[in-house]
Design a protein around this ligand. Structure first.
Ligand SMILES: Nc1ncnc2c1ncn2[C@@H]1O[C@H](COP(=O)(O)OP(=O)(O)OP(=O)(O)O)[C@@H](O)[C@H]1O
Length: 603
C-alpha cells in the first residue's frame, strides 16, 4: 500500500513514478478517475524544473478549466517556490489568447484584438456586417453561431461559416473558436513558431479526453514538425470521463496522438481517491462503458453508498439538506473511514451534484431554510451584481481599447441608450445622463488614466443618497470583487504589465472561472469534473433527469453514463444518491422511474 508521509507530496506508486520519470518525447498517461493523474502532471513538471534549475526553459501546462490551471499553479508554487514562475499554467484558449496578444500582428491582427466573449456581441457584429453587405439576416443568429462553434471545434466546414469568419476578420475581432484557429495559423509563420517554441522545454496536457480537433491541431502545430515531436509532450486523460462531446471534444484524439507520434503509453490502476465501495461501484460503471479495469482502492477505507427515494422533489431537497447538516454536525460516519482517518470535515468538503442546474434548486432552498451556507457555481453574469459594477467593467475595457465595438454595444445595453457615436466622450455623457444614481456616481472611472487608480477610486467613492440598502450592499460586493481581483492581479503581474488591457483580461478570467464563496458546493456534474470531495450527494436520479430525457441515441446515452461516472467518482468516502418518486410537471404530478444507472451501483 502506498503511504503518504507528507500532506503535499504523496509517495508515488511505481506506475506513477514511471510516468513522471519517462524521458519519452511523446508520452500518454491514461487512467481512471482518482488514479493520481493530476499528481503525475504536477510531479513531472516539478522533476523537469528541478533538473533544469539553472536553465531558462519554461514548462507549459494546459488544463481544461481556469480553476484547474490556478490550482496547478498554486500546488507548484508551494512545492517549488520561485522555480514555479517558469511554469505557464493555462487553458488552451488562454494560451492561444496570450500568443495572439503577443504576436498576432504577424498574421495581420491588430495590437489589441477585440475578443467577442459574449454571444450578444457576436450577434451584433454579424448583424451589422450582413446589413452593410445588404444581405438578409438569417433567422436565429445566435443558434447559427453556436452551430458554427461546434463545426469549428471539430475542424469541419459548414454553410455560412466563411461569412462569419470574414466578418470577424474585417473587424479585427476574435471569438473563442477563432483564438484556436488564429493561434494555429500564427504557428505556421516560421519566425513566430521558432520564437514560441524556444520558450518551452516541455508541455503537459491534463484532461486530454476533452481535447477538440481544433485544440489538437494547435497543440500538434506547436509541438511537432514533419511527424516528429520536437518539444517533449505528455497527454494525460481518461476517455471514460469524456463528457463534453456536445462541445466537440473527441477522446479518440488521445489515440490519434499515440499513433501519430508513437507515444509511450502508461496506465495507472490504483484508485487513490475513493474508498472500497465507491471504487467497486465506479469499476462497475467503467465495465458498463466497456472498460474491464479493476479500480482497486489504494487505501483500506470501507466508504459508504446510500440510495434513497423521497416522495417529492421538495422532500428530496430537505433530505439532502438534513444529510449535509448531519455531516457538518457529526462529521463523516466512522464506519466509512479507514483506521486513523479523521472524521471532521468543512462545508467545502461536501458537494451536491445534479445533471442539470435546475435540479439543484430544491436543495438550495432547503439549505437556505436551515441557514447552511452554500455556493452555487457562478456564471459570468453573476460575477458582478449591480449595473453600475458592470458599467465599471466596461469602462475598463474602454480604457484598454477605445475602438472595440463590443464595449459600446454592451454599454449601450447597460445604459439603455443607443450609443450612435462610439467615443469616450459619448460614453461619459451617457453615463452622466443615466437615471440611476449609482451609475452616475461611477462616471469618473472613464477619466482615470492609470489602472492602479481604479480600485482606490471605487473604494473612496461616496454612495449617493437615496440608494436603496439592498443596492448599496450589492455595490459593496462588487467593489470587493474588483479589489480582490486587483490584489491578485497586482501580486501576479510585473509592474510594466499592469495595464488596463491586462486587468480586463484578468477580470474576464475571474468571471469565467468557478471560484466559489465558502459553503457547501452545489454544482452541475459538468462543473465538478476534476474535483474531489469527502462526501457527495447526487440528486435527481430518475430516468429523464439522469440520463437526460433528450438522450435517446446509444451514443447520447453513453455520454450520460460517462457523466454519471464522473459524478460517482468525485467522493472520497461517502456517496448519497437520491430521487423523487413523484415530480411536479406542467401537466401535473407524474410518477417517475428510477434512473437506469442506479442498478449498476446498487447491485
Ligand atoms: N501516490 C499517491 N498516494 C496517495 N495519494 C495520492 C497519490 N496520488 C494521488 N493521490 C491523491 O489521490 C487523489 C486523486 O488524485 P488526482 O486528483 O491526481 O487524480 P486524477 O486521476 O487526476 O483524478 P480525476 O481523473 O478524477 O480528475 C488526490 O487526493 C491526490 O492527492
Amino acid at each position: 500500500m502506498t503511504t503518504t508521509d507528507d500532506f503535499n507530496e504523496p509517495v508515488l506508486s511505481p506506475e506513477q513514478q514511471a510516468a513522471v520519470d519517462s524521458n519519452a518525447r511523446a508520452l500518454v498517461v491514461v487512467a481512471s478517475a482518482g488514479s493520481g493523474k493530476t499528481e503525475v502532471v504536477a510531479r513531472r513538471i516539478q522533476r523537469l524544473l528541478l533538473e533544469d534549475s539553472g536553465g531558462h526553459g519554461r514548462v507549459l501546462a494546459l488544463t481544461y478549466t481556469v480553476k484547474a490551471a490556478d490550482e496547478l499553479r498554486a500546488r507548484l508554487d508551494s512545492r517549488l517556490g520561485a522555480l514555479a514562475r517558469r511554469v505557464d499554467s493555462e487553458t488552451i484558449h488562454g494560451f492561444a489568447h496570450s500568443l495572439l496578444r503577443a504576436h498576432g500582428t504577424r498574421i495581420g491582427l491588430p495590437l489589441e484584438p477585440e475578443l467577442l466573449a459574449r454571444d450578444e456581441d457576436r450577434v451584433e457584429l454579424f448583424r451589422s456586417w450582413l446589413g452593410d453587405r445588404g444581405d438578409a439576416e438569417p433567422e436565429d443568429l445566435k443558434n447559427l453561431l453556436m452551430g458554427f462553434d461546434l463545426a469549428r471545434a471539430k475542424g469541419e466546414r459548414t454553410d455560412g461559416l466563411d461569412d462569419w469568419l470574414q466578418a470577424l476578420d474585417d473587424n479585427g475581432a476574435l471569438d473563442y473558436p477563432a483564438l484556436l484557429t488564429r493561434a494555429t495559423e500564427l504557428l505556421t509563420v516560421s519566425s513566430a513558431r521558432r520564437q514560441i517554441r524556444r520558450l518551452y522545454t516541455s508541455i503537459v496536457v491534463d484532461e486530454a479526453q476533452n481535447l477538440t480537433k481544433a485544440q489538437y491541431d494547435l497543440l500538434t502545430e506547436l509541438v511537432s514538425d514533419q511527424g516528429e515531436v520536437v518539444i517533449p509532450t505528455m497527454l494525460v486523460g481518461d476517455d471514460k470521463q469524456s463528457i463534453v462531446s456536445f462541445a466537440g471534444a473527441d477522446p479518440r484524439l488521445i489515440g490519434v496522438f499515440t499513433e501519430a507520434f508513437v507515444a509511450e503509453h502508461h496506465e495507472l490502476h490504483s484508485n487513490f481517491r475513493s474508498a472500497t465501495v465507491l471504487a467497486t461501484a465506479s469499476s462497475k460503471v467503467a465495465a458498463a462503458l466497456g472498460h474491464a479495469v479493476s479500480e482497486e482502492a489504494a487505501f483500506a477505507a470501507p466508504g459508504r453508498i446510500d440510495i434513497e427515494a423521497l416522495a417529492t422533489e421538495a422532500k428530496e431537497g430537505e433530505r439532502v439538506a438534513a444529510w449535509v447538516e448531519g455531516l457538518l454536525e457529526s462529521g463523516l460516519p466512522e464506519g466509512a473511514l479507514g483506521t486513523g482517518e479523521n472524521n471532521s470535515l468543512h462545508a467545502e468538503d461536501i458537494a451536491v451534484l445534479s445533471r442539470s442546474a435546475a435540479g439543484l434548486r430544491f436543495v438550495a432552498s432547503a439549505l437556505a431554510e436551515r441557514e447552511i451556507p452554500f455556493a452555487l457555481s457562478s456564471t459570468p453574469n453573476e460575477w458582478l451584481t449591480t449595473v453600475a459594477g458592470r458599467v465599471v467593467l466596461e469602462a475598463v475595457s474602454l480604457k484598454a481599447a477605445p475602438d472595440h465595438h463590443s464595449t459600446y454595444w454592451e454599454l449601450g445595453r447597460l445604459l439603455g441608450v443607443d450609443l450612435a457615436e462610439e467615443s469616450t466622450d459619448a460614453v461619459r455623457d451617457a453615463v452622466f445622463a443615466s437615471d440611476d444614481k449609482l451609475i452616475r456616481a461611477v462616471a469618473g472611472v472613464v477619466d482615470l488614466t492609470d489602472v492602479a487608480e481604479l480600485v482606490p477610486f471605487l473604494q473612496g467613492m461616496e454612495l449617493p443618497t437615496g440608494v436603496a440598502d439592498a443596492e448599496a450592499a450589492n455595490w459593496q460586493t462588487d467593489v470587493l470583487q474588483f479589489s480582490t481581483s486587483w490584489a491578485q492581479f497586482d501580486g501576479l503581474t510585473a509592474r510594466s504589465d499592469l495595464t488596463w488591457g491586462n486587468f480586463k483580461l484578468h477580470c474576464s478570467r475571474a468571471q469565467r472561472g468557478d471560484d466559489l464563496a465558502s459553503g457547501v458546493r452545489l454544482l452541475t456534474v459538468h462543473k465538478s469534473q476534476g474535483r474531489e470531495y469527502a462526501a457527495v450527494g447526487v440528486v435527481g436520479l430518475n430516468d429523464g433527469q439522469f440520463p437526460d430525457f433528450r438522450a435517446t441515441s446509444d451514443s447520447a446515452l453513453r455520454d450520460e453514463l460517462r457523466t454519471f461516472y464522473v459524478a460517482i467518482t468525485r467522493p472520497r468516502r461517502v456517496l448519497l444518491l437520491t430521487r423523487a418518486t413523484v415530480r411536479d410537471t406542467r401537466y401535473g404530478p407524474r410518477t417517475t422511474q428510477p434512473s437506469r444507472f442506479l442498478s449498476l451501483v446498487s447491485s
